[in-house]
Design a protein around this ligand. Sequence first.
Ligand code: ATP
Length: 439
Amino acid sequence: MSTKARRPRAFVLTVGDELLLGDRADTNAPWIAAFLSAAGFAVEGVATVGDDTGRIGEALSWALKRVRAGVVIMTGGLGPTTDDVSREAVAEWLGVPLLEDPAIRAGLEAHFRARGFDRLPVTNLRLTQVPAGAEVLPNGSGTAPGLLVPLPARRKGDAGVLVMLPGVPTEMKALMRDEVAPRLRAHFGDPVDPVPSRILRTAGIPESALAEQLEPLVRGTPGILVQYRPSWDGVELRVSAAAGAPALDQFLADADGVLRPWTYGGEGASLASAVLSRLATLGWTLGVAESCTGGLLGARLTAVPGSSATFLGGVISYANEVKTSMLGVPAVTLQAEGAVSEPVARSMAEGAARAAEASVGVAITGVAGPGGGSPHRPVGTVWFGLVSPATGTVAERVQFPGGRDEIRHRAAQHALRLIYQAAEKGLNDEGSGSIGSGS
Ligand code: ATP
């Protein structure tokens, strides 16, 4: 039986016209979904509706069907203005009156007195209204408290809850952690262990190629789910195992041969950081030469705290003259081969290492578009050069998809990936005693 069946169910409902208009991205729903999943709930659905009592009621009916005796968390529309209608909507949907809560009123009066008002602004009276039967959840950082309301029982013994929280993300999060989580634990008991999962970040391999290699393993291991999340940085994998942690470990061990060449870390890992730590282990330093990326690679490297120990600097050699004057790329090579070419990429990499007096040099020269492409070198063509103690001087041509931003971003990421591979090779060579083993 799937472990999901034993988990209390949850539904997330975010309310706000601004979310439907696209004026504001809904950050509450994913945060709450992650919070609930980690707390052992099975999140059955997420929905967003506008500030409209009818729509909110319809969404709550749908949510109740999904969660039965579980929890519905709803955010937004709890403010003092007349476009905030969540209180009215919930009272109407439950068929209960809105009643004034004297403690909320007293708290608001004290709040406004402390800010120099002699009386409570009348619009704020709306904040004192709660659906009959609601428990008030104090909001330490805003004026609208959260509310916890019993859900209508669909069957005898059903006892679900509806939690209403303000839309402001910081207030919502504080209420979830401080007020809601302990009540959910009291109501639903200790959480069932969440389905174990692992995030793995990969670079340099497309989603389809990864899937082709992983899917036979996935099919052979019951209960394993692999989600592929591609971006310009590479493909992030989320691997989960309904059968539990040993099944997850077994699958990851089986998939190691497929994943190892492409994986550089887990959740939140940065390729630049992984590169720098490997270079530091080897005692190698790095210099870069960038043409079409115009400093993006340097920015990625210097975003990592402590990078100066390893990343020495670079040259933004956009014009051919600078490739020659600062990196020593022969003018005749530029003329004969073009700036986006293998010999120029190699020469730029060697020049970068020389200029920075670094052990590793990497170079990027390409056509980021939208103009400048040709049949031989269409937009998206990028040549990379690399020189390192483990590889000598090497070069690679890649054809990137997308527009200018995407090509430049992917090129910087690819350069990091090349340095990473060279460093991995350096570490393996050291391990096998072929260089610098000293023994
Ligand atoms: P308040 O008492 O502050 O008015 P409220 O419950 O009425 O709280 P809203 O008025 O709906 O909340 O939203 C307050 C702020 O929070 C707005 O800036 C809104 O855009 C933002 N917000 C609301 N819902 C979300 C959401 N789901 N994700 C991100 N931001 C949100």
